[in-house]
Design a protein around this ligand. Structure first.
Ligand SMILES: Nc1nc2c(c(=O)[nH]1)N[C@H]1C(S)=C(S)[C@@H](COP(=O)(O)OP(=O)(O)OC[C@H]3O[C@@H](n4cnc5c(=O)[nH]c(N)nc54)[C@H](O)[C@@H]3O)O[C@H]1N2
Ligand SMILES: Nc1nc2c(c(=O)[nH]1)N[C@H]1C(S)=C(S)[C@@H](COP(=O)(O)OP(=O)(O)OC[C@H]3O[C@@H](n4cnc5c(=O)[nH]c(N)nc54)[C@H](O)[C@@H]3O)O[C@H]1N2
Ligand code: SF4
Ligand SMILES: [Mo]
Length: 813
């Protein structure tokens, strides 16, 4: 008998509520849940394929362990024994930072990915953390850290109320939105226009989103920072700066006026290839709109001036008085938000507290650039005898504050809340990375220079992948721990609710019971924490131990709960101040450790019942009683309470930004330099509605048709270079060359070519039968990993130079 079950879709950031049809065989259909408080029935083709993605026969069903070089099926016990036997000795011998952790994008879509990585990092004490954030939104974290004192305080456009949206480098009609969780983003944009609002899209490609806009500005890639600086210059020059309610809450406005003085529209017009008059109009339209929001995403982030661009986005929001006001750019307040502190000065945001060993890249938000992962593995550290690495900075590497009590990662790429122990030597010890723990990540395809990373991963002493697939990255692991499919997993959006255009909360239990032989991802990660922890005290405060390999994984959750409650009862602003933590712990409900942790976070959160302080407030039980979710209302102003800068104000021109401004000036000079050579081509990415980074090319219903790895080339460039539609091209750049089919289209501007990422499924040793049949080429092989936005360590994935040549049929093999 088929039944239906509700489940929020984990396949992108839009978090649509789905109504699933469940039969004996699993999920057989998915439609939009009309009663979902947030998504109101919206669904996209990916969500509609939930069942197919969920029941993909290539998903691994049990752990794999490498024996004599081959990955073989093993029991869970054998798998965790292998992890424990390998990792602890490496930590003891080479120090904690010799164990790297890689966290990939799907961690923001799983309960386990939110709750356990901080504990894993704490258990290891490692600072070798790499996440998808440095392929994505780290510039925004850095900008927010500097402006607001909190890297996780990311304003989102108040989509449903704004009168004017200026969107740069985002294509929500295909991506469904990012760092702005909004189910039915397309419908919300149409509603904006229907109510008389205005949409401007800045994108070198005429995307589906651009086609919907009132105005499309086909900017030259990588120059958005110049455009935005010129808009700011116009605001100052034309007397359009109006802070409104922000007056008195912002420092550094005059310094910004000085900083942008030379970036007049006329000065930047050629570099951006946008007429000066248009730039003036953009500034005036923004200032004149009753409310407006500036929003930049991947194309404004993964560029050489990424942090400056993200900063200027919010500078414009501030200068026009739109930050933190309805209809402007606002800060969501999620149900599990931890903020209870009163307004006032905070600790601020530090960058570069340690550096990568091989190339000296500064950390940002506790992370090192994932583009530098291969180098951190394959570069011997100077002056150290082979095999004799000593531990540097290990003792004070003791962790954790971050995240044991939740909050979890945020954003399109996850962040783990890394180790933040008062660091004095700034080092990572003397050993390169020898072991790697990769959770929900496929950097061989997602990050620059997969060929080098392939070799580096192969050279590791030990690697574990928590991944449902044997793919380009996990094939290198010594142990693969596969999580169950989404239908067998619970769902709560710890990360994405903090980025949602409406405050709301929804929780789903697994819709299908765990299949025999499977282990919940929460338990996998909890056991992993135990397997790599030494059983000693995990933090310098001398708190209780995490336990050790083989212990009951419930102990991990119990410890996290103890820590959170310990802090809460000591906090005069918490509703449970002064109460008995043991007694509070006993009152938590939930069927599992993760559910009890969610209950705790909800009850202590801003809408929580405070363990009785507000009987109407949120708890796990209340969410279970409302399966379509609970609406918590439109976004509300949150300043100054959320600011954690040292001044307690918005710091509009932070030091590290000021120090980076010379690069902006240089970008202008370079664009003016007479080139001589024919105009160079630059490459940008693109996403397809039926795709999702590197891991959904194995679902037959989603691939094929227009979802292919083709190179978009403008007709003028194609003609000049002798490329024909349907022919092949060789694309060459610093990191290598690839061969790809050409699609001639004027959807890209002249001088720009576009390739999607996540392809290149032709490596041996994977188990991706559908993807391997039409593998595509890996665009990231064109990169050598050296092009980064220096402030954030984010890889330049958009707007890098390439050369093209036609390939004859013979050359294409
Ligand atoms: N050139 C170029 N490169 C890019 C981008 C670009 O625009 N251009 N975009 C970048 C961006 S924004 C991002 S976020 C990164 C993403 O890069 P990654 O973080 O590497 O993410 P994916 O490629 O999505 O790979 C996700 C992995 O998680 C696994 N997985 C899926 N579901 C689950 C689950 O429930 N649990 C676990 N444990 N694992 C799961 C998949 O099998 C896959 O191995 O790629 C980046 N790379
Ligand atoms: N269907 C689908 N949905 C997805 C994903 C997916 O792979 N497929 N991935 C998910 C993830 S991890 C993320 S982070 C989000 C990303 O969501 P979005 O940020 O909306 O990402 P994209 O669709 O890559 O849009 C980026 C746009 O920037 C443009 N661009 C490139 N360079 C520049 C530039 O220099 N300036 C300007 N102004 N524009 C530029 C590109 O042409 C492209 O249209 O999507 C998520 N949703
Ligand atoms: S838009 Fe995103 S969350 Fe909604 S159904 Fe599609 S993939 Fe799922
Ligand atoms: Mo992303």
């Amino acid at each position: 008998m088929p039944r239906t079950a509700l489940r929020v879709c984990p396949l992108c950031e839009a978090t649509c509520g789905l109504t699933l049809t469940v039969e004996e065989t699993g999920v057989t259909a998915a439609r939009g849940d009309k009663d979902d408080v947030f998504s109101r029935g919206f669904i996209c083709p990916k969500g509609a394929s939930f069942g197919a993605a969920d029941s993909d026969p290539d998903r691994l069903r049990g752990p794999l362990v490498r024996r004599d070089g081959r990955l073989e099926e093993a029991s869970w016990e054998e798998a965790f024994d292998a992890v424990s036997a390998a990792v602890r000795p490496l930590v003891e011998r080479y120090g904690p930072h010799a164990v790297g952790v890689v966290l990939g994008n799907p961690n923001v879509h799983t309960v386990a990915g939110a709750l356990y990585p901080p504990l894993l990092l704490a258990g290891l004490g490692t600072r070798s953390l790499f996440t998808a954030s440095t392929l994505d939104q780290m510039p925004k974290h850095v900008s927010s850290g500097l402006l607001f004192g909190d890297a996780l305080a990311i304003p989102v456009p108040d989509l449903d109320r704004t009168d004017h949206l200026l969107m740069l480098g985002a294509n929500p009609l295909d991506s469904n939105g990012s760092l702005c969780t909004a189910p039915d983003f397309p419908g919300r944009l149409k509603a904006l226009r229907a109510r008389g609002g205005r949409l401007t899209v800045v994108d070198p490609r005429r995307t589906r989103t651009a086609k919907l806009a009132d105005r499309h500005v086909a900017i030259r890639p990588g120059t958005d920072a110049l455009l935005l600086a010129a808009m700011a210059q116009v605001l100052f020059a034309d007397g359009l700066v109006a802070l409104g309610a922000l007056d008195g809450q912002v420092v550094g406005v005059e310094q910004v006026a000085d900083a942008v003085r030379d970036f007049t529209p006329e000065a930047v017009a050629d570099a951006c290839d946008v007429p000066a008059a248009t730039i003036r109009e953009l500034a005036h339209e923004l200032a004149d709109a009753p409310t407006a929001a500036v929003y930049g995403r991947v194309g404004a982030s993964t560029v050489a001036l990424g942090t400056l661009t993200c900063w200027l986005v919010d500078v414009l929001n501030v200068l026009t008085g739109n930050l933190d006001r309805p209809g402007g750019a606002m800060f969501p307040l999620s149900a599990t938000d931890r903020a209870r502190r009163p307004a006032g000065p905070g600790k601020g945001f530090a960058l570069g507290r340690w550096r990568s060993r091989a190339d000296g890249h500064p950390e940002a938000k506790g992370e090192l650039p994932i583009a530098a992962l291969a180098a951190e593995i394959d570069t011997p550290v100077r002056g150290v005898g082979a095999g004799r690495g000593s531990v540097g900075g290990g003792a004070d590497g003791g962790p954790v504050d971050g995240g044991a009590d939740g909050g979890g990662p945020v954003g399109g790429g996850p962040g783990g809340g890394a180790v933040d122990g008062g660091l004095t030597d700034g080092g990572l010890g003397e050993s390169p990375i020898r072991a790697l723990i990769s959770i929900a990540a496929n950097p061989v395809l997602s990050a620059p220079d997969g060929d080098r990373l392939d070799k580096a991963l192969e050279s590791l002493d030990f690697m574990v992948s928590v991944d449902p697939y044997l793919n380009e990255t996990s094939r290198h692991a010594h142990v693969v721990l596969p999580p169950p499919p989404p239908s067998q997993s619970p769902h709560f959006d710890f990360a994405l609710n903090a980025l949602a255009v409406r405050n709301q909360a929804r929780y789903n239990r697994a819709v299908v019971p765990l299949e025999a032989g499977r282990m919940a991802e929460a338990e996998i990660l909890a056991r992993l924490v135990l397997a790599v922890s030494d059983g000693g005290p995990p933090c310098s405060s001398g708190a209780e131990s995490l336990g050790e390999h083989g212990a009951d994984p419930a102990a991990v959750d119990a410890l996290a709960i103890d820590r959170t409650l310990g802090k809460a009862v000591a906090d005069p602003h918490a509703p449970v101040h002064g109460q008995d933590p043991k007694e509070l712990a006993d009152r938590l409900t939930g069927e599992s450790g993760p559910e009890r942790r969610l209950d705790l976070m909800l009850r202590l959160g801003p809408y929580g019942d405070g363990f009785g302080a507000d009987p109407e407030g949120l708890s796990l039980q209340r969410l279970l009683d409302h399966p379509h979710g609970i609406d918590l209302g439109p976004l509300e102003p949150r300043l100054p309470q959320l600011l954690k800068t040292r001044s307690g104000r918005v710091e509009l021109l932070p030091g590290p930004i000021a120090d980076d401004l010379p690069r902006l000036a240089r970008a202008l000079d370079e664009s003016r330099a007479p080139d001589g050579a024919p105009a160079g081509l630059v490459l940008v990415g693109r996403r397809h509605l039926r795709s999702n980074n590197s891991w959904m090319h194995n679902v037959p219903a989603l691939v094929g048709g227009t979802n292919r790895c083709t190179l978009h080339v403008h007709p003028d460039d194609a003609g000049r270079l002798g490329l024909v539609d349907g022919g092949q091209a060789r694309v060459t750049a610093a990191g290598g060359e690839i061969a790809v089919p050409v699609e001639v289209t004027d959807a890209v501007r002249p001088g720009v070519v576009s390739l999607p990422h996540g392809w290149g499924h032709d490596r041996p040793g994977t188990r991706l039968s559908v993807a391997a049949a039409d593998p595509g080429a890996n665009v990231n092989q064109l990169l050598d990993g050296t092009l980064l936005d220096p402030l954030s360590g984010t890889a330049v994935l958009n707007g890098f130079r390439v050369t093209l040549a036609p390939l004859s049929r013979a050359e294409t093999r």
